[in-house]
Design a protein around this ligand. Structure first.
Ligand SMILES: [Zn+2]
Length: 103
């Protein structure tokens, strides 16, 4: 599994940029990242993932969890989302295909 080499919050563009060690450069809009928060509070236990719309989410910090995940803290205090590297890669593929669909 690729791991992040650089993690760069880009405040002016409201996104989190990750350079992976396989050279993929992925930009995650903050609203997208927050919307797909994988924590139980956001997702419940139905098994199906859904998007939680948040108004203008802002990062206050982002921490590594072991060597397998990132945990963002949001300015509204939400910090229970553990985004595994695998999940982040899934999100970046999902973003790329959504962008391709939009043209
Ligand atoms: Zn959450």
């Amino acid at each position: 599994m690729p791991i992040p080499r650089l993690i760069i919050p880009v405040e002016e563009d409201q996104l989190l940029r990750i350079l992976w060690d396989d050279d993929l450069l992925a930009d995650y809009p903050l609203s997208y990242l927050r919307g797909w928060c994988p924590c139980a509070a956001c997702q419940g236990h139905s098994g199906e993932r859904h998007f939680i719309k948040a108004d203008n989410p802002q990062l206050s910090a982002i921490n590594m969890v072991g060597n397998y995940a990132l945990s963002p803290r949001w300015t509204d205090g939400h910090e229970t989302g553990i985004y595994t590297f695998e999940y982040l890669r899934t999100l970046s593929e999902q973003l790329a295909s959504e962008n391709a669909a939009k043209g």
